[in-house]
Design a protein around this ligand. Structure first.
Ligand SMILES: O=C(O)CCC(=O)C(=O)O
Ligand SMILES: [Fe+2]
Length: 266
């Protein structure tokens, strides 16, 4: 990656909340990961509760050599370094996620659990997930869709989507239908992020995202790896530091909160 491209990726992460690094895995390693995923899927029963996720399998690096190799993959580490994200550390495992043939779409959501922490208004990412795709993704087989900028800017969707508490707490999940208002709808600003097998999408945990259904007869598989950086201002940051972060007390423990509050600005 040239320094210019690396800077563009960083700026896209800050402005839009996602970016793509093409062809980060070799053909040989892709095959190894494919074999590893099929082995895990063969021994796994897809739970009815996970109908919108497909297979959802946590695997730690210490249980699997190929997964440990993925978590330490040099081309990824180099790219993160070049982008200025070298202080992001992997959380130790991956989630294998499929869309089975004719598999359901995934509802709109975001995966940030620290909305009550002032760090939530950081212009830079604090927590990201790396989605490594083992198959090409298209609008037909379950590509990721995202709404750019929603990691830092409140839109109407934030107020009308079911929160995860509402979704899981009231056991609505089991009865959630694909025509439930807004949860699976298209949004005028959404972007389909279609990639080649072996590419990785970096996504800010705060970003609103979903996945299309798989209307093909082939499984779509991805490896999702969570990465986190310390609660500090990144070295590359030379613009203004938002006041809530400048005055943030690092000793305070904030309870988990997936619903955006005052730190997501309108
Ligand atoms: O399976 C996908 O395409 C995305 C998965 C996801 O966003 C999640 O599990 O939180
Ligand atoms: Fe997600």
């Amino acid at each position: 990656m040239t320094p210019k491209v690396a800077l563009e990726k960083r700026e896209q992460m800050i402005r839009e909340g996602y970016c793509v690094i093409e062809n980060i895995l070799t053909e040989e390693f892709l095959q190894e990961l494919h074999d590893e995923s099929e082995r895990h899927i063969a021994g796994h029963k897809q739970s009815e509760k996970a109908k919108y996720h497909g297979h959802y399998i946590h695997v730690n690096g210490d249980e699997s050599d190929p997964i440990q190799k993925l978590l330490e993959w040099q081309p990824t580490r180099e790219s993160l370094n070049q982008i200025g994200f070298g202080d992001f550390a992997a959380l130790g495992g991956v989630i294998i996620l499929t869309k089975e043939p004719n598999g359901a779409p995934l509802y709109w959501h975001q995966d940030w659990y620290h909305w009550d922490d002032p760090i939530s208004c950081a212009p830079w990412p604090q927590e990201i997930f790396l989605n490594y795709y083992l198959t090409d993704t298209t609008r037909e087989n379950g590509c990721l869709k995202i709404i750019p900028g929603t990691h830092r800017k409140r839109i109407k969707f934030h107020d009308i989507l079911l929160s995860k508490d509402e979704l899981f707490g009231a056991e609505r999940y089991e009865s959630l239908e694909e025509d439930y208002p807004f949860m699976f709808d298209d949004h005028p600003n959404q972007v389909d992020v279609c990639v080649n097998a072996g590419s990785v999408i970096l996504t800010d945990a705060r970003l609103l995202h979903a996945a299309r259904k798989n209307s093909t007869d082939k499984r779509r598989t991805l490896f999702l790896a969570w990465h986190r950086r310390p609660n500090t201002v990144p070295d590359f940051w030379d613009a203004e530091i938002p006041e809530p972060i400048a005055s943030r007390d690092p000793k305070v423990e904030y309870p988990q909160q997936n619903v955006p509050g005052k730190f997501l600005y309108g």
